[in-house]
Design a binder for this molecule. Sequence first.
Ligand code: MD6
Ligand code: FE
Length: 198
Amino acid sequence: MPEGFRLLAGHFDRGAQEALLEDIREVVRAAPLFTPVMPRTGKPFSVRMTSCGPLGWVSDLSGYRYQAAHPETGRAWPAMPESLLALWEEVAPGAPWPEACLVNFYGPGTRMGLHQDRDEADFSVPVVSVSLGATALFRLGGQARKDPTRSMRLASGDVVVLAGASRLAYHGIDRLVPGSSSLVRDDARINLTLRRVT
Ligand code: MD6
Ligand code: FE
């Protein structure tokens, strides 16, 4: 396992997952899910996404970046829910506050290619993720794309921390496991990632 990687299985119990999901529904009402496209090619991502907090992540023909406004409504992103700030304080104590929470929505059949999270200024600050809904097969490698990878399951309520050497580890989602959670309808999955951007 890369140094600094943590999988906190079952960090949120069912009641806490339901409360978080309600927080995210409120975020999506203010900042609707959109389909990002790959820079240059315009190929759509299979996930739909939105953000909360002062900054949000967007990808369009001109590139990917953090920005303060939703790309379709032009409005500021909604505030980050208190529950997520509390999680950050618990698992990344002493780190500067997160500025962005990306909300990724996976329908059945959605994947996320192997990538590094490197659009942030300071890689000494961890990235923290929360999984809700269908279980996902998560692939984790090393800091080089060619490094060997391992696969693990992320179930509803699990929290992942990429800190230390794992902060720049390649990772992705190979597939969802249908029928694995009743939290989100239609076997969908929601992943939240909290980041310090500046
Ligand atoms: C996902 N997660 O679980 C994709 N990134 O849907 C990520 O891309 C991710 O889980 C940074 C840190 C933790 C993650
Ligand atoms: Fe990522």
